[in-house]
Ligand binder design. Structure first.
Ligand SMILES: [Zn+2]
Length: 114
């Protein structure tokens, strides 16, 4: 029971934000509940990336740890990264084209990758 209580406490608090040198390519950041949000150092000043990943953190808070990963990977395999609803929700600041072509705009172009 103390373990469960601890998990719930972790879930409710704000995420820890880590700025690190390496994130799984081609991504610029990753939300990994319950640990926090991991962002490539070079995007430290990119508020849009932080906002995007805060949406994932809220999804996790709403769904819980297990359902967050279960739904995320289910959607990933059913719809693919560009069309999956949990990612599209996190792209609320993007224009209509970018919402559905996120990989093309951010992950496959040279402007934002090393
Ligand atoms: Zn995302």
């Amino acid at each position: 029971m103390p373990f469960l209580f601890k998990l719930i406490q972790v879930k409710m608090r704000q995420p820890k934000i880590y700025y690190i040198r390496w994130v799984l390519p081609p991504y610029r950041a990753m939300t990994i509940p319950p640990f926090g949000i991991f962002i490539k150092k070079r995007y430290r000043d990119n508020q849009k990336i932080l906002n995007h990943d805060m949406v994932h953190w809220k999804q996790y808070q709403k769904m819980g740890l297990f359902m967050f990963y279960f739904r995320y990977f289910k959607q990933f395999f059913v719809y693919g990264y560009d069309k999956m609803p949990m990612e599209i929700e996190a792209r609320y600041e993007e224009d209509r084209y970018t919402k559905k072509h996120y990989s093309e705009v951010y992950h496959n172009s040279n402007k934002n990758s090393i």
